[in-house]
Design a protein around this ligand. Structure first.
Ligand code: CTP
Length: 400
């Protein structure tokens, strides 16, 4: 952490007193620490303690009431390598999740150019309240790294989950963040990702499609980019968008177009993650002009689309690594295992519509990974970005 610039935000929870220890640890590890305190946090730890330990003045208000000088929150955002907010109260969490900016810390959070890490702390009933859970998922979706609260004795005298992670744990999470960011563990790797639905034309205005939003595939692309990989994203019709200097996006509409794009590029990639919800069938004949209503019920003859993932599996070299998805409504693991073998995959990501919070139209996902050695790893319900990070982490550990 030598020379790393850490902006530490402190909010008004009893765990604020432990931040004195965190500042000392960060400084001992060589970091430069600046701090912003919410006005409420000053009741829990004195700004004098914070400024003395950090060796820098503390930001509290938008402007200094004695001098009349404005505090430049944008400058904080440009200065820092990471923003760490600890403890994070339910109130600041809710404001962050909604883009509220009614104090210096929140305005700075909204101006940040670097990643944010938070360590929530609150009473057990607050921590398990659906509104708090929703807000934490929103933060994860906004790419904030959440260090989960721990179980133990709480200031209220109750016991349970809600205690801020210990200063040592927060320190180690910040150190791990810098280590990971530095290494970019997939630098030099090219990844092919398929995302979104495919639309199979019936006539010039109608198509057969599905409800896939493409979000999971785009979040996987982001997680690979964060690890330094070069990403080729073949995307069906979607409202998602992503811009990055290491990203090349090829937009397609039908399964056949997706297949052609994959065929042209698979050989040049070392990793493939196929998250697209490809239509299995397409109309045999596409009408060249709009079909008119008639008195008889029409019939559309369908023909099978190419299985793009199976093709990539059949054309996989020993140096290539291939991951597929399976959305099942029953016999999740048995069906997943069949697809894993049939399509020659290294692992398959299973999800079922039966799990609350998983599926096409939601921002969360609950995944299970099944690998070629038949090992099954279940993950908790999380934001789609967190699920994507879990997939990339699993892959990195498998290829090492
Ligand atoms: N897939 C593909 N091309 C297809 C169909 C599926 O590349 N024509 C890929 C998907 O991107 C996903 C995996 O195969 O990674 C599993 O897709 P799924 O539709 O769940 O499986 P199918 O093999 O089509 O079987 P079924 O629809 O009968 O469950």
């Amino acid at each position: 952490m030598q020379g790393k610039r850490i902006l530490l935000g402190i909010t008004g929870g009893i765990a604020a007193y432990k931040i004195a220890f965190l500042i000392r640890m960060l400084k001992k590890s060589g970091a430069v620490v600046r701090t912003i305190m919410t006005p409420a946090s000053c009741d829990f730890i004195s700004p004098l303690v914070v400024s003395t330990l950090s060796g820098n003045p503390v930001g509290i208000e938008f402007w200094n009431k004695q001098t009349g000088v404005w505090t430049n929150h944008v400058e904080y955002g440009l200065w820092a390598d990471v923003l760490v907010i600890a403890p994070l109260t339910a109130s600041t969490l809710a404001k962050m999740a909604n883009g509220n900016s009614d104090n210096l810390l929140l305005a700075t959070y909204l101006s940040m150019k670097c990643p944010t890490i938070v360590a929530p702390a609150m009473d057990l009933d607050m921590y398990k309240h659906p509104a708090v859970k929703r807000n934490l998922l929103q933060l994860e979706d906004d790419h904030v790294l959440v260090i989960p609260a721990e179980s133990g004795e709480l200031a209220s005298g109750l016991e349970g989950e809600g205690r801020m992670a210990e200063p040592e744990t927060i320190h180690d999470a910040v150190a791990a963040f810098f280590k990971k960011n530095k290494s970019g563990r997939l630098q030099g790797r090219k990844v092919l990702i398929t995302a979104g639905p495919t639309y199979e034309a019936i006539d010039p205005v109608r198509f057969i499609g599905n409800h896939s939003s493409g979000k999971m595939g785009f979040e996987i692309a982001k997680a690979f980019l964060a690890e330094g990989a070069e990403v080729l994203l073949v995307a069906g019709p979607t409202h998602q968008s992503l811009v990055h200097h290491r990203l090349q996006q090829i937009d397609v509409v039908s399964a056949e177009e997706m297949f052609q794009a994959v065929k042209s590029h698979w050989e040049s990639c070392s990793i493939g993650v196929f998250a697209a919800a490809v239509a299995d069938y397409a109309p045999k004949v596409v009408a060249t002009s709009k079909l008119k209503k008639s008195d008889t019920d029409p019939t559309i003859e369908l023909v099978k689309n190419p299985d793009i993932l199976a093709w990539a599996g059949a054309n996989k070299s020993k140096d290539q690594y291939l991951v597929g998805f399976a959305l099942e409504t029953e016999n999740l693991v048995q069906n997943g295992l069949v697809k894993l073998k049939k399509k020659n995959l290294n692992f398959i990501v299973l999800n079922t519509l039966a799990d609350e919070g998983a599926g096409f139209s939601v921002d969360t996902n609950k995944i299970t990974i099944l690998d070629e050695c038949n090992k099954q790893t279940e993950f908790e319900l999380s934001s789609k970005f967190k699920a994507a990070e879990n997939i990339v982490e699993y892959l990195i550990n498998s290829i090492q």
